[in-house]
Design a protein around this ligand. Structure first.
Ligand code: SF4
Length: 268
C-alpha cells in the first residue's frame, strides 16, 4: 500500500479496478489504460487468474486479490478506498470482500466516495467507514446528498471537487454531513472555481459546524484571493491572465488558502 498524494487522506487503497459509470471525464480510465498490463500480469502471476487482462483492459470492475489482501499500515491511518472505481458498480462478492476488510481493520478510518449513492446500498456499514458522495454543483448535490444520507453509515461526507457552481446546503442535510471537501478543477479542460462559490460553502459549513477541508483552487485562482507575497511572485514572473478574476496557476506558490486562511480540518 502506498502513501497517497491526495491531501485529505494518508493512503489510497485500490482493491478494485474498473467502473461502469461512463463519466465523460474519467481520470481513472486514463490511468487504467496505461497500467492495465502490469496490473493484470501481477494479479495473474500472484493469484493464477486467467482472463484477468481482458477484464482490466475493458475497465469492468475487477477485484485484484493482491491489493485486496495488502497489508495495512500499523499506525491508525486514513485510507481512501478506490480512486480507480466507483463502488456503485461492484457486484455483491466485491462489496462483501471490501467491506469485510474494512471491518476487520478497525483501527483505520476508510473513506469511500461514490457518484451514484442512489443505486448503492450495502448489506452493512462498518463503523470505521466514512461514506461520501462527490458533487460538482447544486443539481448533483440535490440528487446525490439525500440518497447518501439515507444510508446508515457512521459518518457521511461530501466532496465538492471540482466545485463548478454555487451550492446551498439544505438545512435537513446539515445535521448528518460531518465533513466537506472543496477543490477546484485542474487539467487542460479546467474551468475556474469562483471565489464566491468557495466562500459561501465554507460559511455555510461553519454555520452548521461541518468540518471543511479546502484542498486547492486547482488550475485557476481568483486574483482577489492572492496574498501580497503571491501577488509579488506574479509581478516577477507574470502568469497568464485568463479573465477578470482568475489566472493560470503556475505552481510558483501554493494556492491552498482562502483569503489567507487554511481549512484543513477532518471530522471529529
Ligand atoms: S464514477 Fe468515477 S471511476 Fe467511474 S467512470 Fe465516473 S469518474 Fe470514472
Amino acid at each position: 500500500m502506498q502513501k497517497s498524494k491526495i491531501q485529505w487522506t494518508d493512503y489510497t487503497w485500490n482493491p478494485v479496478w474498473g467502473c461502469l459509470g461512463g463519466c465523460n471525464y474519467c481520470y481513472a480510465r486514463g490511468i487504467a489504460k496505461r497500467f492495465a498490463k502490469p496490473i493484470a500480469e501481477r494479479e495473474a502471476t500472484l493469484n493464477k487468474r486467467k482472463n484477468i487482462f481482458e477484464d482490466v483492459a475493458r475497465f469492468t470492475p475487477t477485484m485484484l486479490d493482491h491489493r485486496l489482501f495488502a497489508e495495512f499500515p500499523k499506525k491508525p491511518s486514513r485510507v481512501f478506498v478506490n480512486s480507480m472505481s466507483d463502488p456503485a458498480f461492484w457486484n455483491r462478492t466485491i462489496r462483501r470482500a471490501v467491506l469485510d476488510r474494512i471491518h476487520f481493520n478497525e483501527s483505520h478510518s476508510f473513506q469511500m466516495l461514490t457518484k451514484f449513492p442512489q443505486i448503492l446500498e450495502f448489506d452493512y456499514y462498518p463503523p470505521n467507514l466514512c461514506f461520501g458522495t462527490s458533487c460538482e454543483n447544486q443539481e448533483s448535490a440535490d440528487m446525490r446528498i439525500p440518497a447518501l444520507l439515507e444510508r446508515p453509515a457512521a459518518l457521511h461526507f461530501v466532496s465538492f471537487e471540482p466545485l463548478t457552481g454555487h451550492v446551498n446546503l439544505k438545512t435537513e442535510w446539515t445535521e448528518k454531513i460531518k465533513w466537506v471537501i472543496i477543490g477546484g478543477m485542474s487539467g487542460t479542460k479546467a474551468t475556474p472555481m469562483r471565489m464566491e462559490w468557495a466562500e459561501s460553502l465554507i460559511e455555510e459549513c461553519e454555520m452548521f459546524n461541518i468540518q471543511v477541508f479546502f484542498k486547492s483552487w486547482g488550475k485557476y485562482v481568483p486574483i482577489e484571493n492572492l496574498t501580497v507575497k503571491e501577488r509579488n511572485a506574479i509581478m516577477l514572473k507574470p502568469p497568464k491572465i485568463t479573465g477578470e478574476y482568475c489566472y493560470n496557476a503556475s505552481e510558483q506558490v501554493s494556492y491552498e488558502h482562502v483569503r489567507g486562511f487554511e481549512y484543513r480540518n477532518f471530522p471529529k
